[in-house]
Ligand binder design. Structure first.
Ligand SMILES: *Cc1c(COP(=O)(O)O)cnc(C)c1O
Length: 465
């Protein structure tokens, strides 16, 4: 589908190409070039690819969408949810494109710092922060959203011992309900996240917490991720805004100056089309919650999946093509170790598969129903089941599309399969696709080391012999 926002007219020609089509074309070029340049082949049967141009574009679209709905000068921090694509090179690129980082563990904080994010560009959320993590964040001046009353008590103690410049807030669960995928619905009645706002006494507790702590200046709600409809997300934001207004009214000052609206824009996995767009969501929010966009509040957003998913492609060589019980099966090197959610919960996380031939060219020909299997030793290790695709043959490549977030970057060590290399790509000066290594493939030596190779005698040395 052409959408006018993306249309570009090349002078004299009838050609209109959408950004989505351009991205798909870059992807096909990258797969072919990866084979040609030897990044993929018989000895390197699986890689992850990231579209550097596409990542910059999605960051630009996010910033433009919110800039268009707030008065000029309104502070807006788009803190990328690091968990969606925890690679230092990805974070550095997003930082370069003007984004910040939302982190939820000491590891993610370390990645954000390694990428060069300063404290003012970093937000720490997580439901299980230790005292040491809180102390470090407050010492650095990183924004923290307290998840619950016990965590707020820890922050109280830290603030008494050494006042901090960290912007601090409380995460609420607006309890507006869930979406179609339970595991990514964060605003259900019994969600583990934040202060459950509709529980008895909770609202009054939150208001009192702010009244007693002039340094609590933020309010945070993240209503859900994939599967949560936009209207429900907007209701979560509206609840947070209404509470911020109530708190400021009750305490008699503009104490809450920033609302963190979380992330969660869903990704359309069924085609190359980007829908919904950031512009649509920002427009919907402005309509639903106009007071949040009139310049009185600064904003923090925490998008993850929507920034990266469509920029990633997982490409795996077909090691064998076989059939069983009348079903065609392509046995590839991409399975549960690189597409964990899809393999374990295929109904919730279906992935599009593209077929490429042995030279990395888009494969044509009649479609055949087939399974695309992974390398792991359990029968459920399937990237796709009963999918109609041009017949995948030995030496061809199968690519799982839209996998730049929560997929191949999130390796799972089943069968001691190695983490694949991840490369970024962009069109080079001479028309060749240029690649840059973002993460090296894991070596077999590293697998042994991570499996306790240095402690091989640990168990034999214990107990009676
Ligand atoms: C996971 C998460 C996000 C990002 O969600 P996406 O669906 O990837 O946009 C943002 N904020 C918090 C608190 C999260 O847990």
């Amino acid at each position: 589908m052409l959408r006018s926002r993306y249309r570009t007219t090349s002078t004299g020609a009838d050609v209109r190409q959408t950004a989505d089509e351009a991205r798909a074309a870059r992807r096909d070029d990258a797969v072919r070039a990866a084979v040609e340049q030897g990044l993929l082949g018989a000895d390197v049967p699986v890689v992850g690819l990231l579209d550097a141009v596409g990542i910059r574009e999605s960051a630009r679209e996010l910033r433009a969408a919110f800039d268009a709905v707030v008065p000029a000068g309104t502070p807006v921090l788009h803190a990328f949810a690091v968990k969606a694509a925890p690679l230092v090179g990805v974070l550095r690129l997003l930082g370069d494109a003007g984004l910040g980082a939302e982190v939820a563990s000491p590891g993610e904080l370390a990645l954000a710092r390694a990428a060069g994010f300063g404290p003012r560009a970093t937000v720490l959320d997580s439901p299980a922060k230790t005292p040491a993590e809180l102390r470090e964040a407050l010492a650095l001046g990183i924004a923290v959203n307290a998840d619950n009353p016990q965590e707020l008590a820890r922050i109280d103690a830290l603030m008494r011992s050494a006042p901090s410049t960290s912007p601090l807030g409380i995460r609420i669960n607006p309890q507006v309900g869930g979406g179609t995928i339970e595991s990514t619905s964060t605003a259900t009645a019994t969600s583990k996240f934040g202060v459950a706002l509709r529980d008895e006494g909770a609202r009054e507790w939150v208001i009192g917490a702010y009244a007693e702590r002039p340094w609590l200046t933020r309010l945070h709600a993240h209503t859900g991720s994939q599967g949560v409809p936009l209207t429900l997300m907007a209701r979560g934001v509206a609840e947070a805004y209404a509470l911020a207004e109530e708190i400021n009214r009750r305490v008699g000052r503009r104490q809450i100056d920033t609302v963190d609206i979380g992330g969660g824009l869903p990704v359309h996995y069924a085609s190359d089309e980007t829908t919904p767009t950031y512009a649509q969501y920002a427009g919907l929010l402005r309509e639903a919650v106009p007071g949040l966009f009139d310049g009185r509040y600064g904003l923090v957003t925490e998008f993850g999946r929507s920034l990266l998913a469509k920029q990633g492609t997982l490409v795996a060589r077909v090691e064998y093509a076989k059939h069983a019980g009348g079903r065609r099966i392509a046995v590839t090197h991409a399975g549960v170790q690189v597409a964990t959610r899809t393999v374990y919960a295929p109904a919730a996380w279906p992935l599009r598969i593209a077929a490429y031939d042995a030279k990395g060219r888009v494969k044509g020909g009649p479609e055949v129903v087939q399974d695309v299997a992974g390398p792991a030793c359990f029968s459920g290790d399937l990237l796709a089941r009963g999918r109609s695709l041009p017949l995948l043959e030995q030496g061809d490549y199968a690519a799982a599309l839209d996998t730049g977030a929560y997929c191949f970057i999130h390796h799972y060590a089943y069968n001691s399969l190695p983490r694949p290399a991840v490369y970024g790509y962009a069109p080079g000066a001479d028309g060749r696709v240029e690649f840059a290594l973002v993460r090296a493939a894991q070596s077999v030596e590293s697998i042994v080391a991570e499996a306790g190779g240095a402690y091989a005698d640990a168990l034999t040395s214990l107990g009676p012999r």
